[in-house]
Design a protein around this ligand. Sequence first.
Ligand code: AMP
Length: 174
Amino acid sequence: MKTLALLAQSIRDVPDFPKKGIMFKDITTLLKDPKRFKQTVDTMYKQYKGKKIDAVVCVEARGFIFGAVLAYKLNAGLVLVRKKGKLPYKTYEVTYDLEYGQDTLAIHQDAIKAQGSVLIVDDVLATGGTINAVCQLLKKSKAKIAGIGFLIELEFLKGRKKLKGYSITSLIKY
Ligand code: AMP
């Protein structure tokens, strides 16, 4: 079986989590399998190897997992985007709409040097709201977005529409 099919097979579907009607893509089953975890990181790495990337930007919490290993492999810095109130120094903040209510994400103002080239990494592209907010934070930081990489893309939610103009990759599409 092809690598991507094997990766897809190791992701567990959990119906009605965290609420009714949502099919949750549980990647803990992939992460705990040493072979599959390595294949995932290696495949994501191949897509960006050789590109000029100063920093990998990732969002808590699952984004940190892939962001950290990719930053290490790409010899890039690691920049954390966190929920409001978690970062200790001066921050830029962006508030965005969720299905119910709003959320605010933050990045340290000095996290990225102006014109630095960054790769954004996350586990799942769903509606695109979260990563769109990350892109807005990066605009405030004057970063150049070299690409956005996801493990999973839920195509039916049309997240790419919110991220027009960026170079996006995803390994597994549903
Ligand atoms: P969104 O802002 O809608 O693109 O979704 C942002 C985050 O929500 C993703 O990075 C995932 O961590 C999480 N998420 C959304 N939908 C799912 C799902 N069906 N399964 C697993 N995680 C999800």
